[in-house]
Design a protein around this ligand. Structure first.
Ligand code: A3P
Length: 301
């Protein structure tokens, strides 16, 4: 199976942040907006939704192995995860759009990734009662991971220095908008939409075996214990970091000399980045932004 031709992507330059449908965005995620909104989901599609850097790739790979790990060996050895699980709203020069890639998926189910906040998810996913897997990560680690990702991913706006980045993160001036609204939006949705499985990155790090089991039960899969064990091992951070199909090392717009995609995979790395003052101010702001939700996060395990 051939990988995509990334040569055209070499010309990608850092985009400006724009205001779009009430959130901050970049044109790489809005250029195909009409087709994204018109996307026709099928009842057996599975939508993997996250705020950027919350563990999308990890849960994508778990789902891919649960459904296709034993049926398609070639898929596992020569098809990068971002081709197995298309990124719905992504549009890059001279590449099939995310919508086209999703429409061309030959698999059942189709695994589809999005970072869109809940209010911008194409309607058909809800109308078709699709299963939705949402992964959330505590704001502090999520911010740190996003900062390093913006430094290395040339298709995103310049992050500025850490202090600058953190200020913008708090103000929601990041691609896909405020973290706060994103995690709370899906949390609210879950209260009325039972086909939404809300997971936490911290739980996955603490006990990935248990999270794989919970996923199976949500998805209605009777994957044998032995197979679940194998999947848990294959999707360990160290294994995924070495695996060219999951570590994004084939994408030329990412500069691994600045920071690897699979960076640390830890809970609590924020302590190596936040100053005491930044932490106090962040906590104060967090309390205000999260005062109306029952959603709770762990910043250490
Ligand atoms: P860090 O930058 O903190 O290391 P996404 O896939 O949503 O872009 O998220 C990327 C983040 O998830 C990175 O966080 C990455 O290292 C982490 N990650 C990916 N796979 C992981 C795994 N198997 N175990 C732990 N963390 C993982």
């Amino acid at each position: 199976m051939e990988g995509p031709d990334f040569s055209a992507m070499m010309s990608i330059s850092r985009p400006e942040l724009i205001e779009f449908e009430g959130i901050s965005m970049i044109h790489y995620f809005t250029d195909d907006w009409e087709n994204v909104q018109k996307f026709q989901a099928r009842p057996d599609d599975i939508l993997i939704a996250t705020y950027p850097k919350a563990g999308t790739t990890w849960v994508s790979y778990i789902l891919d192995l649960l459904y296709f790990g034993n049926t398609a060996p070639e898929r596992q050895t020569s098809m990068p995860i971002f081709m197995r699980v298309p990124f719905l709203e992504l549009v890059l020069p001279n590449m099939p759009t995310g919508v086209e890639q999703a429409n061309n998926l030959p698999t059942t189910p189709r695994l589809i990734k999005t970072h869109l906040p809940v209010q911008l998810v194409p309607k058909s996913f809800w109308e078709q009662n699709c299963k939705v897997v949402y992964v959330a990560r505590n704001a502090k680690d999520n911010a740190v991971s996003y900062f390093h990702f913006e430094r290395m991913a040339k298709g995103l706006p310049e992050p500025g220095d850490w202090n600058n980045f953190l200020q913008n993160f708090k103000e929601g001036k990041k691609v896909f908008g405020p973290w706060y609204d994103h995690v709370c939006g899906y949390w609210e949705k879950k209260q009325t939409y039972s086909n939404l499985h809300y997971m936490f990155f911290e739980d996955m790090v603490e006990d990935s075996r248990c999270e794989v089991e919970r996923l199976c039960s949500f998805l209605g899969l009777s994957t044998p214990l032995e197979e679940r064990e194998r999947i848990t091992e294959c999707t360990h951070f160290d294994k995924m970091k070495e695996n060219k199909m999951t570590n994004y090392s084939t994408v030329p717009t990412m500069d691994f000399k600045i920071s690897p995609f699979m960076r640390k995979g830890k809970v609590g790395d924020w302590k190596n980045h936040f100053t005491v003052a930044q932490n106090e101010q962040f906590d104060e702001h967090y309390k205000q932004r999260m005062q109306n939700t029952s959603l709770q996060f762990r910043t250490e395990i």
